[in-house]
Design a protein around this ligand. Structure first.
Ligand SMILES: Cc1cc2nc3c(=O)[nH]c(=O)nc-3n(C[C@H](O)[C@H](O)[C@H](O)COP(=O)(O)OP(=O)(O)OC[C@H]3O[C@@H](n4cnc5c(N)ncnc54)[C@H](O)[C@@H]3O)c2cc1C
Length: 206
């Protein structure tokens, strides 16, 4: 399906993460200018996929900007295979170059720090401001300070969680490999929701 200006409003109406869906998009974008979509967060489960399909299906009619601070995204899926020595870390690393070159997405490597829903702007940590007609929020989940007794993010290098793949996976793998024969480790599998690799009551852990 090709997305056009008129169709986009209907296509996004069911998306829980899309904000400000009330005003007609073409009108909001102003005469002659392509509608602008800003997507915050370039994860595989949400933002990067959403940005890609809006850009692909609108065939350039919608101006898509993806805001993501990291230049390399490491997938959590398959990180277990890296951990066990079946894959190299590079095989779970993905850059954002193809989204720009193949789909014409403006990839901005920065943090979104504020959203003004009235003005329809997103402020970036680097000082820039982006304007949008439609905004997609997909920053994933993060740690809740103090939620785990005796652990906080300042301890993540000593006690790696590997919930964010990449350097955390490397650390955890190194620790596992450095364990003495017959050593002891403790883990909770899986913790209760909300959890990054959630439990599905219908299909069990996945
Ligand atoms: C060990 C492990 C194994 C897993 N295995 C599987 C599996 O086999 N299959 C499966 O389907 N799922 C798996 N998952 C779950 C899967 O990784 C997540 O469901 C998925 O990553 C969620 O994608 P997301 O795009 O919502 O969030 P994320 O992948 O977390 O991406 C969010 C992005 O938003 C960015 N961001 C955050 N805040 C801001 C901001 N303020 N401004 C700009 N950008 C921001 C972050 O940098 C990040 O890149 C696993 C998870 C873990 C921890």
């Amino acid at each position: 399906m090709k997305l056009n200006r008129r169709g986009f409003l209907g296509a996004t109406a069911g998306a829980a993460a899309a904000a400000s869906l009330s005003a007609p998009m073409a009108q909001a974008s102003g005469m002659g200018k392509p509608p602008r979509v800003v997507v915050i967060g370039g994860g595989a489960g949400g933002g990067a996929t959403c940005a890609r399909y809006i850009a692909k299906d609108s065939k350039g009619e919608i101006d898509v900007t993806l805001v993501e601070p990291t230049r390399t995204y490491y997938t959590c899926f398959f990180s277990n295979l890296y951990m066990a020595g079946f894959r190299e870390l590079g095989s779970i690393a993905h850059s954002y170059g193809k989204l720009a070159s193949e789909y014409g997405i403006n990839v901005v490597h920065d943090w979104a720090v504020n959203i003004d829903r009235e003005a329809k702007t997103v402020s970036l940590a680097g000082g820039g401001t982006l304007t949008y007609d439609r905004l997609v929020l997909s920053p994933g989940i993060d740690f809740v300070d103090g939620a785990v007794p005796g652990w906080d993010v300042t301890k993540q290098n000593a006690m790696p969680h590997a919930y964010k793949a990449g350097s955390q996976s490397e650390l955890l793998k190194a620790q596992v490999e450095a364990m003495p024969e017959g050593g002891t480790f403790a883990m909770v599998a899986p913790p209760p929701n909300p959890f990054r690799c959630r439990r599905d009551p219908m299909s069990g852990f996945r």
